[in-house]
Design a protein around this ligand. Structure first.
Ligand SMILES: *Cc1c(COP(=O)(O)O)cnc(C)c1O
Length: 380
């Protein structure tokens, strides 16, 4: 049997103890036993989100959580600012436009980060803006902005700050309350190391006020209904029960590990992967000053087809990297270092990358990337 190592930014590698947890028999969701799990999950998520705000649990992929945020916050004609510096920022723009918001697009070159000053000047020009949409870790480019600085700016206006932390949560720090992040969206299948199927949306008192007065019709993703249910330790509909139950275990693992230790570990892995790539001539795609620790996006050499490279790695050796999206297709590879991945997982990925790149004709001494990564891992 071939290995199946996911070094991808979602879905991510699921550790064996969580695979077991996902395989446990389903219990009924209208029971005290399940209520006990809801309580544990909400409590654990609040620690990971670093918030005292409400957290609503939706059964959907991460994008469902994003749609819920847009539908509940924006009424037709409302002004919104959406940062578009990659595929996921573009998704905010598409969602805002789909629901007829008057959307100002803050375009950012792929690989660069939006700035607090940029957002301030847009808010200055449109002070009645209802919401500002940003991305904690722009998975398509490997960029993380200064969310804290952006939060300080947005807090001075009427607008709420909405953060897509689907890939970032539990990998790249977000202090929801301290940084004034009114709505934070995440999912089960990235930093939380589980199967896809659950989305989470936190809402500050400022956001709850906006949600109360929302006029866009919606049924399944109505956060007012989620709030009512949550107050009774319930969910409006049948949730992904199996994932909820396993989430109790995942959140316990995270608590035991400690968030700050996890952030430090991903930084350590990111540094090693970058050292390895650099040693064989692969240049980092994003501006290093705003590169996220969630994943490493590097440019493939001009004479190498990145699509073919990742296909061989996956189909022949069972190691999956993500490729580039849109205009970066074939030109970039994205190596995740998040969730349950450890030093030997990223070393395995780099070893395979070296092997296949070398076979495809990229010139370097085999072992160079591994040596550089090992040195980085052993350095303080
Ligand atoms: C994965 C991801 C999402 C959500 O994707 P789904 O496929 O809907 O789960 C949203 N934003 C970012 C930044 C992501 O990485």
């Amino acid at each position: 049997m071939k290995r199946n190592l996911l070094l991808t930014p979602g879905p991510t590698h699921i550790p064996p103890q969580l695979c077991e947890a996902l395989g446990r028999p389903i219990i009924h969701h209208r029971t005290p036993q399940f209520q006990d799990n809801i309580k544990k999950v909400v409590e654990g998520l609040k620690e990971v989100f670093q918030t005292k705000n409400d957290i609503y649990i939706l059964t959907s992929s991460g994008t469902g959580g994003m749609e819920a945020a847009v539908v509940n916050l924006l009424s037709p004609g409302d002004k919104a600012i959406a940062v578009d510096g990659g595929k996921f920022g573009e998704r905010w723009v598409e969602l805002c436009q789909m629901y007829k918001a008057n959307t100002v697009v803050y375009k950012v070159e792929w690989g660069k980060a939006p700035t607090a000053a940029g957002i301030k000047s847009l808010l200055e020009a449109q002070p009645d803006t209802k919401a500002v949409f940003i991305t904690l870790a722009e998975t398509s480019t490997g960029v993380t902005p200064d969310v804290k600085a952006i939060g300080e700016v947005v807090a001075q206006y009427k607008a709420v700050l909405v953060v897509d932390a689907v890939s970032g949560l539990a990998v790249e720090e977000i202090k929801t309350d301290e940084w004034h992040c009114d709505v934070v969206v995440s999912g089960s299948h990235k930093g939380l190391m589980l199967a896809p199927g659950l989305a989470f949306v936190s809402a500050s008192p400022k956001a709850i006020e906006v949600i109360k007065n929302g006029k866009t019709p919606c049924y399944y993703f109505d956060l007012r209904e989620c709030k009512k249910a949550m107050e009774k330790v319930d969910t409006p509909f049948t949730p992904a029960i199996g994932i909820m139950n396993a989430l109790v275990d995942s959140l316990e693992m995270i608590k035991k590990d400690g968030l700050s230790n996890m952030f430090a570990r991903y930084k350590h892995l990111a540094r090693a992967v970058r050292a390895g790539c650099k040693a064989i001539g692969l240049e980092l795609f994003p501006d290093p000053s705003c590169a996220t620790n969630v994943l490493t996006a590097v440019k493939v050499p001009a004479n190498i087809d990145g699509e073919k490279l990742t296909k061989i790695m996956r189909d022949t050796y069972g190691i999956t990297f993500a490729g580039g999206q849109d205009h970066l297709k074939g030109k970039v590879i994205r190596i995740a270092h998040m969730g349950a991945l450890d030093e030997y997982d990223v070393l395995t990925g780099l070893a395979c990358l070296e092997k296949v790149l070398h076979q495809m004709g990229h010139q370097f001494e085999l072992g160079t990337a591994l040596a550089a990564a090992q040195k980085s891992l052993n350095a303080k």
